[in-house]
Design a protein around this ligand. Structure first.
Ligand code: SF4
Ligand code: SF4
Length: 245
């Protein structure tokens, strides 16, 4: 997918009384967060240095798919993606096209949680937005509400892959799924698989950490460097930050 830089940053649109997120869904004010379990003042966040993201590299995408048993059905219209690579055109600054990974932003004010009629979508106190697949009825309100297109419906039944990761159950047909920041790894003190792989492959474009900890690398970099979030104008307080965008 190719996008214009001004569109990515939300520099073209006005934010007045309400924001049109998708056809039929308007965000009038940031919704109250529906926070549930997990640790106190931590807030997990990701930072991507787009200058280090190589256009042809798919290491993060491949790691995510393997770690989380994310299905491919061989139908581009139905395939599930937790993370995508997007090409950005910046003709305004006469800059060569560049790429960046786009995934769930684990928004602080997530409209996907706000619209969910069954409370299947929820946000933990540490900021990770999750879906309880046992409560999800597949209505797809959350998919319409998410301006980042971060969610996918599981259209078909899947089998557990032969070399699948036993730590992550596969999701049933008819529910919605998305990036969890590899919550099973984070709760064990590990990095999300995409970040670990990006760092291990020598790209070093992604870091992850507690943005509420002033000593953390991510907090330091967001504080001292020029970083952006995608469509910050929507007021959802996304927690995937980008450097060099
Ligand atoms: S990026 Fe989309 S799915 Fe993720 S928390 Fe924000 S609104 Fe919800
Ligand atoms: S598809 Fe599932 S998670 Fe999304 S709004 Fe409907 S019930 Fe909630």
């Amino acid at each position: 997918m190719t996008m214009d830089r001004r569109t990515v940053l939300g520099m073209g649109g006005a934010v007045a009384a309400g924001v049109l997120l998708a056809p039929g869904v308007q965000l009038i004010a940031a919704p109250p967060s529906n926070e549930t379990s997990a640790a106190g003042s931590q807030r997990w966040a990701m930072l991507v240095d787009v200058n280090k993201c190589t256009p042809g590299c798919t290491a993060c995408l491949d790691a995510c798919r393997k770690e989380n048993n994310v299905p491919l059905f061989g139908d581009p219209a139905r395939d599930v993606h937790w993370i995508r690579k997007v090409e950005v055109q910046d003709k305004e600054h006469r800059r060569a096209p560049f790429t960046l990974p786009v995934l769930c932003n684990h928004c602080e004010n997530p409209p996907c949680v706000h619209v969910c009629p069954t409370l299947a979508s929820f946000i933990r106190k540490d900021g990770i937005v999750l879906i309880d697949e046992h409560r999800c009825i597949g209505c797809r309100y959350c998919m319409i509400a998410c301006p980042y297109k971060a969610r996918s419906l599981v259209y078909f039944s899947t089998r557990f892959p032969k070399d699948g990761n036993p730590r992550v159950p596969i999701r049933a047909k008819g529910v919605v799924e998305k990036c969890t920041f590899c919550v099973h790894r984070v709760d064990d003190g590990q990095l999300p698989a995409c970040v670990e792989t990006c760092q291990g492959s020598g790209q070093g474009a992604m870091i992850f950490g507690d943005i509420n900890d002033p000593q953390s690398e991510i907090a330091q970099r967001v504080k001292t460097l020029r970083t952006e979030t995608i469509r910050a104008d929507l007021g959802l307080k996304p927690h995937v930050h980008y450097q060099g965008l």
